[in-house]
Design a protein around this ligand. Sequence first.
Ligand code: PEP
Ligand code: MG
Length: 546
Amino acid sequence: DREIERFHEAIELVRVELKRIRGRVSEDLGDELAGIFEAQSLFLSDGTFLERVEGHIVDEKINAEWAIYETATEIQAQFDAIGAEYLRERSEDLRDVCRHLVRQLRGIHLHHLSEIEGDVVIVADDLSPTDAVRFGRENVVGFAIEHGSRTSHTTIIARSLNLPAVSGLTDIRKRLTDQAEVPIIVDGSAGEVVLRPTAEVLRGYRHQISVLVREEENLLEQGRSLAVSTDGVEVRVMANIDLPEEIDDAVRFGSEGVGLYRSEFLYIEKSPAMPEEDEQVEAYRRLIEAAAPHPAIVRTYDLGGRKIAREVMYTHEENPVLGLRGIRLTLARREIFRTQLRALYRAAVYGDLWIMLPMVTVVEEVRGYRAFAAEIQAELDAENLAYRDDCKLGIMIEVPAAALIADLLAREVDFFSIGTNDLIQYALAVDRNNEHVTDLYQPGHPGMVRLLRQIARAANREGIELSMCGEMAADPRLTPLLLGIGLRRLSVSPRKVPTIKNRICELSTRTCEDMVEQCTHLATGAEVDQFLLDTTGAVHSKEGST
Ligand code: PEP
Ligand code: MG
C-alpha cells in the first residue's frame, strides 16, 4: 500500500513539473514544442498505465520505481512490435515520463541554470555535445569535464563557443566536495583547472587575460595575409564551422572559405523539432555568401555515434561509434535527409557550394548517394524550384578502409577532406573520447604518416582536391608534416586560422617534403614529434592543449 501511495504522490508532483516545463518551453520555443510535454502528461492519467504499475506492485511486491520500469519496458516492447511511427514517438514520451517519475521517487531534484546568478563553470563527469551547445548559450563561462579529450565533440563545441574547456580530469568532482561557491580557473590553453586559486594565482591569470586580448589584435592582422610558404607555395586556410554564430569570426580571422560545416548541429540544436527546408536553405545561403569568393563545404548530417539524435536513431546500439552513423544513416533514413538534400541543392544557386559525405567506407555509398541526389533533383524539377546540380561532391576520409582505397574513391568524387579526429580513432583503435588512452591518440604515429601519405598520393594522382579538417590541421607543430605530405588546404576553427597561416609562412614545402621522407624511417610517434621539433623549431604562439 505504501508503494502505491508513493507512486500516486510522484504522479502528482510530475504533473506539476511537466506543467512548469511546458510553460517555460512555450515561452521560449513556442507552442508546438510545448505540446510534447502536454502529450507526456497524458500518461499520468492513462488508466492502463496506472493499473499495470499498481498490478506489478501488488502481485510481485516490488517497489514503485521497479514497477514503473517493468511497465514501461512492457509497453515499449508492444509499441515496438507494432512498429508504427506514431507509436515510436509515444514510446519516447513514455520513457521520459517514467524518468521523471523515478527521479521524483528517488528525491532527485532538477535545477535550472538560470537559478544561479553570475558566471558558471560546469563541472561534470560527462557532457554531450548537445548539452554543451545549450549550456554554452547560458551564463556558462567554462567546462571542466572528467571524460573526453581534446578531439571529443564536446571540446570541439566549446571551442566553437569560444569557451575554455578542459577534459580528462579524472576526479575533479570528488575534489569539489563542498557545495559552496568556489573560485575556479579553467585554463583551456594549458589544459589545467585551478580550484580555489590564491590571490597571487588570480593576479597572474588576470594579467594573462589582458595579454590574450592584446594578442587577438595581432591575430586579426595576421589573418588578413595570405599563407604562402618561403618557397612560394600558397596554402588555403579555411574554417570549420559548427554553430551559425561562428561565421562572423571565420570572416574576421581571415579564413578562405568554409572547409567543414558540421550541419548536424542545425539538427541537434533544434531537436526534438526538425529543421525545416526553407530554414535550412537560409542557413546554407548565409554560409555560402559569407564564404564567397571561396567555397563553402557543407557536410551532410553526421548523426549517430556520440551525436545521437533520438528522432532519427530508432535503434539502441551497443557500439554506436561503429554503428549506423554518417552516410550509413543518411541512406537508411531517407525521409530525414530528403529535406536536407532539397535544401542543399536549392541553396547551391547562391554561390560555390561543395557537398561532403561523412564516414564513407565503401564505394557503393557514394554511388547510392548520387542516385538519391538524382531523385531529389528530379523532384525539384517537377516542382519548378530553382536549384543547382553541378556543385562538387566530396567525402570525408575518416575510416582506414577508405584511406586504403583512396585511389578507387578518388575516381568517384571531386574532393577529399581528411577527418583525422575519427581516422586516428579508427586506425589506432583509440576512442577519441576516452581519457584513459589519450597517450595513445597520436597524430604523429608512423601508421598515420603512412595512411596520410597514401591518401594524398591518391588524390594528387587522380587530380582531385584534398584538404584536412580534423583537429590535426589546427596544430602548428604538425603543419610541416602536412605540407610535406602534400596538403594545400587546411580547415581549422576560425580563431586558429591566423596561427596556421603564420606557421605556413615560416616553412618551405620542399624542406617539409624531405622531412616527411625521413619521418617514414622513424619507429614511434614520439620520435616523429621530436624530429619535427628539432628540424622546424618550436612553435612561437601558445598552443591549446585541452
Ligand atoms: C573528423 O573526424 O576529423 C571530423 C572533422 O569530423 P568530426 O570531428 O565531426 O567527427
Ligand atoms: Mg568525423
